[in-house]
Structures are given as C-alpha cells and as structure tokens.
Design a protein around this ligand. Structure first.
Ligand SMILES: CC(C)(COP(=O)(O)OP(=O)(O)OC[C@H]1O[C@@H](n2cnc3c(N)ncnc32)[C@H](O)[C@@H]1OP(=O)(O)O)[C@@H](O)C(=O)NCCC(=O)NCCS
Length: 181
C-alpha cells in the first residue's frame, strides 16, 4: 500500500505480507501477551509460509480472494500484523484481526495501522462492512475499535474456547458510511 501525502510522516506503515514473514508471525503468535485474549491455533511453519505465499493482494481490488495479511511497521521495524478475511464479496463483508508484538503494544500503533487499512478498503475495494470480534475482557482491543468508530452490535456468548474456558466476545462493525478519515 503506497503511503499517501498526509501520512508520509507517520511512523506507522503497512505492507502486504510475503512468504518470508512466516518465521516472524510464528514467533509473534507464541508471545503470551499476543495469545492472552485470542485462541491462536497451532500452525506449522511450512503451512504459514504456504498460506502467505498464496495471498494475492491484487485480488482485493478485484473483489475476489478470501484472506489477506499485512505487516504493521513502526519506524520501519516489523511490529505486528493485520488479517482481513473477506467473508462475502457479493455483500461487501469482511472481518479484521490484528496483533502487535509485546514491545510495540500500548503505543497507539494499532489505531494508526487500522486507519490506513480502512481508508484503503473503503476507497479502493468494494467492501462495505468490516467486522471485528474480541473477547469481552480485551479492553485494549475494544478501545481501539471504538476509537475508530466501530459500533458494538452484540454479545456473542461462549464464542470461543480459550485455555479450557468458553469466552464471550463482542461483535463490532464499521460501515463505509461510518468511516471518518
Ligand atoms: C489490543 C491491541 C491490539 C491494542 O493495540 P495498541 O496499539 O496496543 O493500543 P493503543 O496503544 O492504541 O491503546 C488503546 C487504548 O487501550 C489501552 N490498552 C491497550 N492495551 C491494553 C491492555 N492490555 N490492557 C488494558 N488497556 C489496554 C491503552 O491504554 C489505550 O487506552 P487509552 O486510550 O484510554 O489511553 C494490542 O495491545 C495487541 O496487539 N494485543 C495483543 C493481541 C490482541 O489482543 N489482539 C486483538 C485481538 S481481538
């Protein structure tokens, strides 16, 4: 994604993932703070690498493909990642997930990264509604979504299993018309 004029000075940038990022993602997924509020299933390095290699970011602009990932960089250093899963192109639906490696958390990086992505999605793709889910106890994630204008639409009871406990999630969504750049 090309930086635009207004954000050229921003320390936060996004770039599409490449197969060589698999090692990094694998390490980040194992950090306790990253896995604290979300079940990150076991995945092998070759699988991660193959999954990253299969992604084609041009598809996003042609209304096809199902999974896309970006590396969040802070002052040029890889800091975390964002995942977009397109759930229904006919209806313009997709879901985002995101995580920062531990040293980069609580520095305002995720809102900047998601703002860049949302601008790209709403300006240059046919997506109309971006959803996000988070564990109800994930205060940081809730604050990030609410700051970006996501509306909390509901409580998903017992939505996933985390360390042997079923965990409630909130469902958030941002519509194209809600997005204030
Ligand atoms: C949750 C996460 C995405 C937030 O991103 P971030 O860039 O660290 O968030 P920010 O620095 O912009 O902080 C936003 C707000 O949340 C608060 N916050 C961030 N992390 C927090 C935490 N672990 N506990 C409590 N509050 C937290 C910040 O203090 C800030 O509050 P304020 O605006 O009232 O001062 C990031 O910490 C992270 O990746 N965590 C691990 C993975 C994860 O949980 N991903 C989301 C799954 S849904």
């Amino acid at each position: 994604m090309q930086p635009r004029e207004s954000i050229r000075e921003s320390p936060v940038t996004l770039r599409p993932t490449r197969a060589g990022d698999a090692e990094l993602l694998n390490l980040w997924r194992q950090e306790p703070s990253v896995a604290r509020f979300q079940p990150l299933g076991a995945v092998t390095l070759p699988c991660l690498r193959a999954e990253l290699a299969a992604q084609n970011h041009d598809d996003l602009h042609h209304g096809r493909g199902d999974k896309f990932q970006w590396i969040i960089e802070y002052r040029g250093q890889p800091a975390g990642w964002v995942t977009l899963v397109a759930t229904n192109w006919d209806h313009g639906l997709a879901e985002i997930g995101y995580a920062l490696s531990t040293p980069f958390q609580r520095r305002g990086i995720t809102p900047s990264a998601l703002r860049l992505l949302l601008r790209e999605l709403f300006l240059h793709t046919s997506l109309e509604r971006i959803e996000a889910r988070c564990a109800v106890d994930n205060i940081g994630s809730r604050k990030v979504l609410e700051r970006l204008g996501f509306e909390r639409e509901g409580l998903l009871r017992g939505y996933f299993v985390l360390r042997d406990r079923r965990v409630d999630n909130y469902l958030y969504a941002l519509l194209r018309e809600d997005f204030v750049d």
